[in-house]
Write a new protein. Structure first.
Length: 265
């Protein structure tokens, strides 16, 4: 039953992640935290592997089908920054984890940070029609923006998350569906770097191989289904789905913060 739950969560999260460009980890991480099926480090690692499989399929398929709207110049600059930021985010996570003997405290910090970031994302998404956006160009600013994205996503263990869409929309004036594809491209680079860094550093947590296989299958399957629906949805429909997901993620984050803090059992 537990293995089935891992698969279902990964599949559904990856469907939504492929459509909205949020990777899926922002859903997988808090949901599995709430279910309390593994410790914080294990869930972060498994979530990252799932997001990597989904983004690899989605980006690769779009490139091969030649229907990708990825801005390879700006997207690659952002991806490089995100990859470096991913390494920094892992170091930040390790530092925070070393400061607390109780792993639940780390989980509470992650959940609280995720709530705040998601709240800011929700407010921006609702009001974005009234916000004047920018058109950032150039290597240095793009890499720095990607660096910040990578640090946040890696520290929170969410792979990419909703903040990508806000950043791409505000700093690069991208429409929702275009931002979604560029977000997955960035996530792909950062997750590859995160996985390699974890393996080289010998920080791979204990987990059951079957769990990893099922979650990766869920990620690829979700990428396939998400791509199917994404091609049939307009920007407005994607925005509505995105807003709904943000509300759910915020509610779960509040619950996880309270549970990890011992406020609720």
């Amino acid at each position: 039953m537990q293995q089935i739950l891992f698969f279902v969560v990964s599949l559904l999260a990856s469907v939504a992640g492929a459509i909205c460009g949020i990777g899926g980890g922002v859903i997988i991480k808090p949901v599995l935290d709430m279910a309390h099926l593994a410790d914080v480090s294990t869930i972060s690692f498994l979530s990252g592997c799932t997001v990597l499989s989904m983004s690899c399929y989605s980006v690769g398929k779009s490139m091969l089908a030649k229907d990708s709207s990825v801005d390879l110049k700006s997207g690659t600059y952002l991806a490089v920054g995100a990859a470096i930021g991913g390494v920094c985010g892992q170091q930040l996570f390790a530092l925070v984890r070393s400061l607390f003997e109780n792993q639940n405290t780390v989980g509470a910090v992650q959940a609280a940070c995720l709530f705040l970031i998601t709240l800011g994302t929700l407010i921006y998404t609702i009001r974005k029609a009234n916000i004047r956006t920018l058109k950032v160009e150039g290597l240095v600013p793009s890499v720095l923006i990607g660096l910040a994205l990578g640090i946040m996503s890696s520290f929170l263990g969410i792979g990419g998350g909703p903040i990508n869409l806000v950043v791409l929309g505000y700093f690069f004036s991208m429409q929702t569906k275009t931002a979604a594809q560029n977000s997955l491209y960035i996530i792909l680079f950062s997750q590859i770097t995160n996985l390699l860094t974890t393996i080289v550093a010998g920080n791979v947590p204990d987990f059951e191989i079957l769990t990893l296989v099922l979650m990766v299958c869920g990620g690829i399957g979700g990428g396939m289904i998400g791509r199917f629906f994404s091609r049939r949805m307009d920007n407005r429909a994607v925005d509505k789905l995105f807003i709904g997901l943000m509300v759910v993620i915020m509610a779960i984050s509040v619950w996880n913060t309270c549970r990890y803090s011992g406020i609720v059992m």
